[in-house]
Design a protein around this ligand. Structure first.
Ligand code: ASP
Length: 290
């Protein structure tokens, strides 16, 4: 089984997920455990508990999961007070309707299903808010999403979780819970997940685009490079200034790719034997082990 995930913060979670897969746990169990490891870590300020807050100093979280066998998905957005939004998203996967819920409705659903209402804002995140809000226009708008894909035994599952953009408008929803933008999976082809500025990733439907390119015959790495580079150029052609975006992807056999329009994009891969941290440079044309 192969796992790929965004950013260095996923390293321990990837190892946990690989261990669970070896114990014959499902791809869904493994990917949620990977994401929970990041959501619950108070040192990571862009996902889950201790995420950086929105402009009114409230932590609002987005998360989603998609099963590439039947394309069932579950997603939550702008949800407050729940430390592990991916687990709430997972509960929505097999509903006939209301697979994607937001705000108070998402919180209500979580509480009805046994989740605890908790404070997500840590002292460190509040201190950062107090410093940056004073100069909001020039604030460091730190953001990163944990996105992961697991492929193996004929199955592909992708998932995401994030606190979104720091100081975002209340109720703002990024790409991460949106199937096609922040994540996609098709067990006949492969999966992809994105991180970076959601407002751009959504416009490019980047995760679906990468899976479609793999479907047309490109390798995982070729698909990631083409999708990111062409979309970056496409925005520039229209006089836009592209913001940061990065992609990781896996084909159904576990071949992987990663590409970004930033100078260095770290990601983690486990092939079942070893877990390694890599860096993607130059739209994925250079991949270095770190
Ligand atoms: N894509 C996330 C969002 O826009 C943030 C990130 O991945 O950096 O909410």
């Amino acid at each position: 089984m192969t796992i790929i995930a965004t950013w260095e913060m996923s390293f321990e979670g990837v190892k946990i997920a690989q261990k669970l897969l070896k114990e014959n746990k499902s791809n869904e169990d493994a990917i949620c455990a990977l994401i929970n490891d990041v959501e619950l870590n108070p040192e990571f300020h862009t996902v889950g508990y201790s995420g950086y807050p929105n402009e009114i100093c409230e932590v609002e979280l987005d998360a989603a999961i998609i099963n590439g066998d039947n394309l069932h998905f579950g997603a939550v957005a702008a949800m407050k007070h729940i430390k592990t939004p991916i687990d709430v998203a997972r509960l929505l996967m097999d509903s006939e309707y209301s697979n994607f819920i937001s705000g108070d409705g998402a919180l209500k659903f979580a509480l009805e299903n046994g989740f605890k209402k908790q404070n997500l804002l840590t002292g460190e995140a509040k201190a950062k808010y107090d410093v940056e809000i004073a100069n909001k226009e020039n604030a460091d708008k730190g953001h990163d999403t944990i996105g992961a894909i697991i492929a193996g035994n004929g199955r592909v599952v992708s998932a995401t979780s994030t606190s979104g953009l720091f100081l975002k408008r209340e109720g703002r929803i990024g790409d991460s819970p949106l199937v096609g933008a922040g994540l996609y999976a098709d067990s006949k082809v492969g999966g992809a997940t994105a991180t970076g500025v959601g407002e751009d990733i959504i416009k490019g439907a980047l995760s679906f685009q990468v899976v479609n390119l793999m479907k047309s015959g490109l390798s995982a790495q070729e698909a990631a490079t083409k999708a990111v580079e062409e979309f970056d150029a496409n925005l520039k052609d229209r006089g836009e200034t592209p913001r940061d975006f990065s992609i990781v992807c896996l084909d159904k056999y576990g071949n992987w790719g990663a590409a970004s329009n930033i100078s260095e994009f770290p990601f983690v891969v486990s092939d079942g034997e070893e877990t390694k941290l890599y860096v993607s440079k130059n739209y994925g044309r250079t991949i270095e082990e770190k």
